[in-house]
Write a protein that binds this ligand. Structure first.
Ligand SMILES: Cc1cc2nc3c(=O)[nH]c(=O)nc-3n(C[C@H](O)[C@H](O)[C@H](O)COP(=O)(O)OP(=O)(O)OC[C@H]3O[C@@H](n4cnc5c(N)ncnc54)[C@H](O)[C@@H]3O)c2cc1C
Length: 459
């Protein structure tokens, strides 16, 4: 690898290789370790992205796209060194078209900024990962991000219409379309969204928007234990309601945020946060009351309704605190995002707690229970506990697959879960995907070492 020759080719671009920058880009929110790039490049436009990709190809230097580094599967970590390509400077909202219900953005736009901009013109972009104040649309595209409102509105892939995309050899293509419907050719947008930075780089993103629902109400419903809460989630959906969100927090998650945000009712061993939106106050209030009465028939103790924006924001701020607050309970954690069929959520929670207990580890479960997507966190106090934690994670993944589930609902496989992929997918399917990767990236330079199990080792 010739970094010096590469640098010479990239004259005029913003390049950094100081220790502080390399350290910053060497980690993300996945706790997967420290993997520093040799060089970080900050292109300001698509042409500069193409220059970097072409130069890395010529000099056979590994290249890893990186956005806001909130990823939880290690996708942005340059595990083979080389160049990190930061999309942060490409952060412009290029167009919001209310009459078409679409918008076009650069990949470095922070999600919360985009949400605010579309809401200001009466529109709504539903994908809402809890990292919205910091994560970017480029990272959301690469991971096919979800969030609480995926229950009613779906995930990022459901909103992406078209992409300007730099292929791993530096060629530029436009895939997809500007219209809401369209079936011309293969669905390459569907392939690229969720490709975890391994099949190319998004330099422009066109998404569809919805009219903003004018009324939103949120309820906090307490339960004595997490299994009752999980069963109530299913009862609500079977009761004919489709809330915007049905989030669940177990006893460990509640203990983590206690005293930090909204107070939870005394005696609560779990809570559900349920949110309903619609067009009239009466309609939304009636649906929320129906939801609360279904919950109370299934063990719901108490329902508090947040009606104004401030109350709702305080509740969601507390929900967003869960992930960092768990780390304060014990210094280390692995945060999973498995999905099981909805009917299996109570069984999954029970099994995961039992796995933790058998190994002497604390397991917290919270998250998007309404669509079966659980953030199961294994907490631990010291690196010496790692072998037990690894065992717990493997058992957790096996249990997920046994229940008919999938390893990742929204964080991606990255490096965190690649060794488990073959629990869920056949060798034949993994081989087919490897061939697809080679077709796009014959030298294996774009975000190498991600998604698929290492071939050299039995994993
Ligand atoms: C507190 C917290 C809460 C979270 N909650 C959620 C949640 O509710 N739902 C959810 O889905 N996720 C959640 N996440 C995970 C994370 O925020 C998402 O995966 C997010 O989409 C990552 O975006 P990013 O901009 O930080 O990307 P990064 O972490 O920087 O990168 C993620 C991946 O995208 C690739 N990439 C980056 N930019 C591009 C580009 N332009 N083109 C191609 N590939 C690119 C990178 O190579 C990497 O593989 C949470 C994270 C935290 C810390």
């Amino acid at each position: 690898m010739s970094l010096e020759a590469l640098r010479a080719e990239l004259t005029g671009l913003e390049l950094r290789d100081d220790d502080a920058t390399r350290a910053t880009y060497g980690h993300d929110e996945s706790d997967q370790g420290d993997f520093r790039p040799e060089l970080v490049v900050f292109p300001k436009d698509t042409a500069e992205v193409q220059r970097v990709v072409r130069a890395c190809n010529r000099h056979r230097v590994p290249l890893t796209p990186v956005a806001a580094r909130t990823g939880k599967s290690g996708g942005s970590l340059p595990i083979h060194g080389g160049v990190s390509l930061s999309l942060e400077r490409m952060n412009q909202i290029l167009a919001i078209r209310p009459e078409d219900l679409t918008a076009t953005v650069q990949p470095g736009v922070v999600l919360a900024d985009f949400q605010r901009a579309v809401e200001a013109v009466g529109l709504f972009y539903p994908p809402d990962p809890n990292s919205a104040p910091t994560c970017s649309l480029g990272g959301n595209i690469a991971e096919n991000a979800g969030g609480p409102s995926a229950l009613k509105y779906g995930v990022t892939r459901d909103y992406v219409l078209g992409l300007e995309w730099v292929l791993p050899d530096g060629e530029l293509v436009r895939v997809g379309r500007q219209t809401v419907k369209g079936v011309a050719g293969y669905d390459l947008v569907g392939l690229f969204v969720g490709s975890e930075g391994t099949l190319g780089i998004a330099t422009e993103i066109t998404v569809k928007l919805l009219p903003r629902p004018p009324v939103v109400m949120t309820a906090l419903i307490a339960f004595t234990d997490v299994l009752a809460a999980a069963r109530a989630v299913n009862a609500v959906l079977l009761g004919g309601l489709l809330p915007r969100c049905l989030e669940l927090l177990d006893d460990v998650a509640l203990a983590a945020v206690a005293g930090k945000g909204v107070p939870f009712p005394a005696g609560a061993g779990a809570v559900i946060i349920a949110e309903i939106d619609g067009t009239t106050e009466e309609g939304v209030f009636a649906e929320l009351n129906l939801l609360a009465s279904i919950a109370s028939k299934h063990g719901g103790l108490d329902a508090q309704i947040a009606v104004d924006r401030d109350q709702r924001e305080r509740l969601w701020a507390t929900r967003r605190l869960v992930s960092p607050a768990l780390r304060e309970l014990q210094k280390y954690k692995f945060s999973e995002d498995i999905v099981v069929p909805r009917s299996k959520v109570p069984e999954a929670i029970e099994r995961f707690k039992a796995i933790g207990q058998a190994l002497g580890l604390t397991v917290a479960t919270y998250g998007h229970a309404g669509d079966g997507n659980l953030h199961t966190n294994v907490l631990y106090r010291s690196p010496a506990d790692r072998p037990r934690v690894e065992l717990a994670l493997e058992q957790l993944m096996k249990e997920t697959v046994r229940l008919g589930g999938t390893l990742s609902g929204e964080h991606g496989i990255g490096i965190a879960k690649k060794k488990y992929l073959s629990l869920e997918q056949s060798d034949q399917l993994i081989a087919l995907q490897r061939r697809l990767k080679v077709l796009f990236d014959p030298f294996g330079l774009l975000n190498p070492g991600k998604v698929f199990p290492d071939e050299s080792k039995e994993q």
